[in-house]
Design a binder for this molecule. Sequence first.
Ligand code: BTN
Length: 282
Amino acid sequence: MTSHSRYERDLSLPDIEPEWVSGLRKKVGHLRVAKEIFYYRQVDSTNLLARELVQQDTINGTVIISGTQTSGRGRLGREWTSPPGGIWVSLVLYPPHQQTDLSFITISASVAVARTVEKVVGLKAEIKWPNDIISEGSKVCGILCELVSGPSGWAIIVGIGMNLNVESEDLPLTETYPAGSLKVLLGRRISEERFMESFFHDFNECYSDFLKGSQGKTKLLDQWRRYANMLGKKIIVKFGEKQVEGIAKDVDEKGYLVVEGLDGTTTRVMAGDVLRIGIVED
Ligand code: BTN
């Protein structure tokens, strides 16, 4: 059993670690992205706990996994529903200070999740920019990367919410995109240990590519394009109070979505929501 910080006291039930977490620790503990794994039965948000651990100067590659979250955080200030059966996880990374690049770390995590869904679950995975993983038309995973400052400099928290073995009645109805569960799509339970082992290996590889600089980033972008479900399609993307309609052309070297508007002008969007993906009519 591993416990940490105030969360141990806040819980009514002890953090009895499931067996798959101890198995996982043995299989991925040598990777730079998973040096130390803490498990909780329930927390408010693994990203919030990761922030606290950054303030306590936790090591690079700290991982927090929780069985449920009471205040899971989504992108753009949204709430993230985190019922039992899902895997709610946050990783703490300290990239070199010139490489605190949220977009590319998000791209690395998205590619790693998409690969894992295809390899371990055997379902086709797509990435909906910037970081939703879609399978069979529903969102099975969301990613929230945050930059925080701690005693050792900038840290990036990579928060990943995977609807792995969530039951259909526990899926939220309020998503902008319908939520799906990999177990429901596949029709059977998926091994958490196998899924997470594959994810950590893939993410370790993607993150190491990212750290190599421009060559590694080019490789990552190529992989991202392989999964991207909107390139060449007509989209409406909303960012802040603005909205642009056009063709999704690419993702640039900064991770921004490049949209060619109906009037031919190009817009690069750093963060936003793709509201609709359609086909281009002649
Ligand atoms: C999204 O809005 O699509 C991103 C959702 C990210 C949810 C995960 S669950 C683990 C981590 N802890 C949180 O509070 N949020 C992220």
